[in-house]
Design a binder for this molecule. Structure first.
Ligand code: 13P
Ligand code: SF4
Length: 336
């Protein structure tokens, strides 16, 4: 379900979903973005998977839960969301009075795309006595079909808010769902979706790295496959992984998530060594092609021309907001 309409009042987006305007290469983008922030009362919220330059101009960098919490309470007039579409959409759902911009409208998510609302509606009808817990990496259409949303930082608390005997559908990430089933003893029915970044880590290459770096700890995001998670010393959301590298005494870490997070890890602990876990292809590290569609140039252009903008139908927004509000409340109660 495409819920985003494009405001073409000032400039046209190209067919790839962004403003393709040539910029003077001598333009100081860092200074220009700071100027636009002040002029337009804008705040830049960035996910850890953004490129380092974008993280450096952001006002807040966080995981999906932290970003949703920031978006909900910001008093800025404009939210520039340096992340992917479902994140910017969540910001609009939570704070509809703000202008929410995304530098590239086609910055999607394979996990979100793996769960189309029409198919999921049928799946839900096949499990009539089940409640639906959906991972935040899904469209507003899926959120509207859900009872509660979760992120990787609050998933355990969200699932445990239901009694043990309550039948549950978990969507769309089968890896996070299986991890939850295993660690908190549930038997949730899983939608068969996955993330293209987290499902391609190579156990063989990670094992070789462990042999070369015997003191290194393997840390992994729960979107990774079970075969990787089984060997991880620590499993957590991006914020959880970052905090672990700061508090743990290990000096070397093999990091099984998108490589953007290494920027904050190295900034927080410059004396430690961070090795990106290699994927099962010819690359040495694992970038999310959707997250990496955003660039500093696109951030500047989207602030200057206020495009692309997230615009939603109010009826869908209200339906999608209910399960997000429930997640926010559970997170507050759990001190997250
Ligand atoms: P978190 O930042 O919530 O851990 O999610 C990771 C992710 O894959 C976002 O797309
Ligand atoms: Fe989606 Fe995976 Fe990219 Fe996150 S890393 S935005 S889950 S494709």
């Amino acid at each position: 379900m495409n819920t985003t309409k494009i405001n073409i009042a000032k400039k046209e987006l190209n067919q790839n979903g962004f403003l393709d305007i040539e910029l003077d290469p001598t333009l100081d983008l860092f200074a220009e973005i700071e100027r636009l922030k002040k002029e337009k009362n804008a705040v830049i919220l960035a996910h850890y998977y953004q490129e380092p330059d974008i993280q450096d101009v952001a006002d807040y960098i966080g995981d999906s839960l932290g970003l949703a919490q920031r978006a909900e309470k910001t008093e800025a007039a404009m939210i520039v969301f340096a992340g992917v579409h479902f994140m910017a959409e969540t910001a609009k759902i939570l704070n509809p009075g703000k202008k929410v911009l995304i530098p590239d409208l086609n910055a999607g998510c394979s996990l979100s795309d793996s769960c189309p609302p029409a198919l999921f509606k049928k799946f839900k009808e096949e499990h009539p006595d089940h409640v639906v817990v959906s991972y935040i990496n899904c469209s507003a259409g899926i959120k509207a079909l859900s009872d509660v949303i979760c992120t990787s930082s609050n998933a355990k608390a969200v699932v445990e808010s239901f009694p043990k005997d309550q039948p549950i559908i978990f969507a769309p990430d089968r890896n996070l769902g299986a991890y939850l089933n295993k660690t908190i003893g549930r038997n949730m029915v899983l939608w068969n979706g996955s993330c293209i970044v987290h499902e391609i880590f190579s156990l063989e290459k990670i094992t070789r790295l462990k042999v070369r770096h015997p003191k290194a700890k393997l840390i992994a995001h729960p979107e990774c496959e079970e075969a990787i998670l089984r060997f991880a010393d620590f499993i957590g959301s991006t914020t959880g992984l970052l905090k672990y590298t700061q508090s743990d005494s290990a000096q070397e870490f093999i990091v099984a998530t998108e490589t953007g997070i290494l920027h904050q890890m190295m900034k927080a602990s410059p004396q430690k060594t961070f090795i990106p876990a290699p994927p099962d292809n010819s690359c040495a590290c694992n970038d999310c092609p959707h997250m990496k569609r955003n660039t500093l140039e696109k951030i500047y252009l989207c602030m200057e021309y206020e495009l692309p903008e997230i615009v939603m139908e109010e009826e869908l927004r209200l339906k999608a907001k209910k399960p997000i509000d429930r997640m926010m409340e559970i997170s507050r109660m759990a001190g997250l």
